[in-house]
Ligand binder design. Structure first.
Ligand SMILES: Cc1ncc(COP(=O)(O)O)c(C=O)c1O
Length: 427
């Protein structure tokens, strides 16, 4: 049977994060019933707040007859109004319902937005390390080229004008026309927020080079550290620039399974294209109703958000303390669900091959999934992302398993046998 070339191209692309997630899900750790199971610190999900959400989500979503029929496929007006009000409250910029398109998750939004902004083969700059799913969202269907702008550990991963200019230069050498820049603020995988000065620099750089700005602010309400969240929307508005803001329920509301995301854009043409495409991936009316009920209770949202931040901070502090005790260095965390840790001293040589072997070793020997920096296009090998929004018992068990596995490498001065992914004596 003939299968299209574009179909086959999709099969070629692999999503290592997704593969590891399902592997862990097939044999998950449980302290009593499956103490040897996989511990998944690889997936960016928040497991700390279901008790807060449970009653609210199970309250009747008030389904009326019209909800059972076709509604506006880019989001019912009630839903978009509730979302606009939420965005206005938390970004500091006036948002409006007519500038919003909703779809089944932020990945769907990014896929449609790339369709509107770029031709196939054109590029978007992404400060690296960046969220691994962007490769998939940009390339899979619309064939947009990610152009990494490499920030470096020795500079504290600071995003500078030089870093962005280098990326443009590099794209030019690859004869890629760059159409825009995607900023993830707060950042995944670094767990850090951008300061106002950096955001101003980004807006100016984009204006100077006539680039579109996409702000992925999925973690805007998961900020708890010393560096506060400032929305790129606010900084762009002050400079009179347009941006395309991407948001969703997967992170700040811990509702990744609800698959609901949004675009807020002030460009009417872009909105028209994305509204057309949203026909293929609308959020179901029942899900919209549940989320409307949630958003309209502003006191609940405020209480939930504050408590979520408190729990994230506590889990982050707990994780940093455990890593410290285990002798594992890590960058400070201000936001998100991530600790960005440095395992480079356990690499026999500073190569991405070695990093990949260490990743497999930890996955198979410790049965813990932590994602290697290469999946996020980190400039140097040895860094790993640990998603810590888990209960303390799981954090203790998982980090102890990692510590023991790394200790075995230290103790016996072992190397990792790439074929068997097991441990063998080097000399
Ligand atoms: C920065 C960022 N953008 C987008 C997504 C995808 O979100 P969704 O599940 O809403 O498609 C993720 C998920 O991890 C993310 O971290």
């Amino acid at each position: 049977m003939y299968i299209s070339k574009r179909g086959m191209r999709i099969l070629d692309g692999n999503q290592p994060l997704v593969a590891a997630h399902y592997r862990c899900a097939s044999d998950p750790w449980h302290p009593e019933s499956n103490p040897k199971g996989y511990i998944n610190f690889g997936t960016a999900e928040n497991h700390l707040v279901f008790d807060l959400l449970k009653n609210r989500l199970n309250a009747s979503p008030d389904i009326r007859e019209h909800h059972t029929h076709y509604a506006e496929l880019h989001g019912m007006s009630d839903f978009r109004e509730a979302l606009a009000s939420y965005l206005t409250d938390y970004t500091g910029v006036k948002a409006s319902a007519e500038h919003i398109v909703t779809a089944t998750g932020s990945s769907a939004i990014l896929d449609m937005l790339m369709y509107a902004l770029c031709e196939a083969g054109e590029g978007m700059i992404l400060p690296a390390p960046y969220y691994a799913g962007f490769d998939h969202d940009l390339k899979t269907r619309v064939q947009v080229e990610p152009v990494p702008a490499y920030t470096r550990p020795e500079d504290g991963y600071k995003l500078t004008l030089e870093v962005l200019q280098q990326a443009l230069l590099h794209a030019g050498k690859r004869t890629i026309k760059v159409r825009g820049i995607i900023i993830t603020n707060p950042n995944n995988p670094l767990g850090q927020t951008y300061d106002r000065e950096t955001l101003e620099m980004i807006v100016k750089f984009a204006a100077d080079h006539k680039l579109q700005i996409v702000a992925d602010e999925l973690y805007m309400n998961s900020v708890f550290g010393s560096q506060p969240y400032v929305s790129l929307a606010e900084v762009a508005a002050e400079a009179g620039a347009d941006i395309h803001l991407v948001y969703g329920f997967a992170k700040d509301f811990a509702l990744s399974g609800f698959k609901a995301g949004l675009l807020h854009s002030t460009n009417e043409k872009v909105l028209q294209v994305v509204r057309e495409l949203a026909y293929f991936m609308p959020v179901s009316n029942a899900t919209q109703q549940i989320l409307i009920n949630l958003l309209r209770d502003k006191d609940f949202v405020k209480h939930f958000t504050d408590e979520n931040k408190r729990r994230l901070k506590s889990a982050s502090d707990f994780t940093h303390a455990l890593l410290d005790k285990a002798g594992i260095p890590a960058e400070p965390t201000d936001a998100g669900f991530f600790v960005w840790m440095n395992l480079s001293k356990w690499l026999d040589s500073e190569t991405f091959e070695m990093e990949f072997q260490l990743y497999n070793f930890i996955l198979e020997q410790a049965r813990v999934n932590v994602m290697p920096g290469q999946f996020f296009h980190n400039a140097e090998p040895g860094w790993f992302r640990l998603c810590y929004a888990r209960n303390e018992q799981m954090l203790e068990t998982g980090i102890e398993r990692i510590r023991t596995a790394l200790h075995r490498l230290d103790e016996a001065r072992l190397t990792i046998d790439p074929d068997s992914q097991s441990v063998s004596e080097s000399e």
